[in-house]
Design a protein around this ligand. Structure first.
Ligand code: TXA
Ligand code: MG
Length: 310
């Protein structure tokens, strides 16, 4: 992707003034601000209407810049060397003398960190001397945005600027692994757990049940604001029906395909985009065909389960 120097400069100017802006990443768009500035972090929480107890992910360019703020370990290095930059977020111990705003962590001593791969955002982060806090650029509990227009639809004029980066390639958020103590998966996402297990040579724990004691694990999440019903063999009359396999001999304007041949990676890429499209068409109910609980299907089902919570 061609980098537009003018828009990078403009973004830097906003960030240096403690403003927040939308930024593209390979997973979803983020709402970014200077992670060392209380003022910028306040703005992120306010815009997102995010509860203060739910901490933010901080985005770095490389290990050198991370080392000022966090303590790294051998698991981190193994995973970093294989998957970064990329769709993997690590929970690490925060250093006592780190400059990270206390508002990001809610005064806790852990930090979620990520190294985004998107070339536009990498160019931006390389040019500034502070890391970027950036939760997904959606109002709390809603669907993450995967294009610049999605971000504009979320915040309108309240957000001063969104950096263009095309459509997010992965389409769902990063996988989160907690590396404090025994490695544990906190969120399924852009990298399959079995890939992480291969590198760590460990079986990783992932609790499917939502742990409400963990920040950000609210029951209703990733919601398009329309009721969702899962595992539907066929749709009711006027609902939007989401499918993962081509239905032969049936065509309907109410049918929406995540994939036509059960390609789960493609389905993850299309998930949020499709939910937004259906919402714009003003459907009152979404019904979804059963999605296989394997590979990226695990992450998709995790999102859909929370989105359908009543
Ligand atoms: O792909 C992504 O990770 C995107 C892009 C923009 O980087 N970001 C993203 O951020 O999904 P957010 O804030 O929407 O989700 C981050 C999750 C939240 O559920 C939060 O509770 C959790 O990470 N989290 C952040 N810091 C944490 C910490 N110190 N310990 C445990 N969980 C943490
Ligand atoms: Mg989010």
């Amino acid at each position: 992707m061609k980098i537009n120097n003018y828009s990078i400069k403009k973004s830097i100017k906003y960030l240096k003034n403690n403003e927040c802006i939308g930024i593209p990443t390979e997973t979803v768009y983020g709402l970014a601000g200077n992670a060392y500035s209380d003022e910028a972090i306040d703005k992120i929480y306010r815009l997102k209407k995010r509860p203060k107890r739910n901490p933010l992910i901080v985005h770095y360019f490389d290990i050198n810049s991370l080392k000022k703020d966090c303590i790294i370990n051998r698991y981190f290095l193994k995973l970093f060397n294989k998957f970064c930059p990329g769709p993997l977020t690590f929970i690490l111990k925060l250093k006592k003398n780190s400059l990270i705003s206390k508002k990001i962590t809610n005064n806790k001593n852990s930090l979620a960190v990520r190294f985004p791969k998107h070339p536009v955002t990498r160019t931006l982060i390389k040019k500034i001397n502070f890391p970027l806090a950036a939760p997904s650029a959606n109002i709390s509990q809603g669907i993450s945005p995967v294009t610049k227009q999605d971000v504009i639809d979320e915040f309108g004029k309240k957000l001063k600027y969104v950096l263009e980066g095309g459509r997010s390639k992965i389409g769902i958020e990063s996988t989160i692994i907690n590396l404090i103590g025994k490695p544990k998966i906190i969120r399924l996402g852009g990298i399959e757990v079995k890939e992480l297990e291969k590198v760590l040579k460990l079986n990783l724990i992932y609790k499917k049940k939502i742990d409400l004691n963990f920040p950000g694990q609210n029951k209703l999440h990733y919601s398009p604001g329309i009721p969702i019903e899962l595992n539907r063999k066929s749709p009711k009359k006027n609902s939007a029906y989401i499918l993962i396999n081509k239905k032969k001999n049936i065509r309907s304007k109410n049918f929406f395909y995540l994939s036509k041949n059960c390609n789960l990676k493609e389905a993850a890429q299309n998930l949020y985009k499709l939910l937004r499209k259906i919402k714009k068409k003003k459907y009152k109910l979404i019904e979804i065909e059963k999605i296989p609980d394997k590979g990226f299907g695990l992450a998709i089902n995790d999102r859909l389960k929370r989105a359908s919570y009543k």
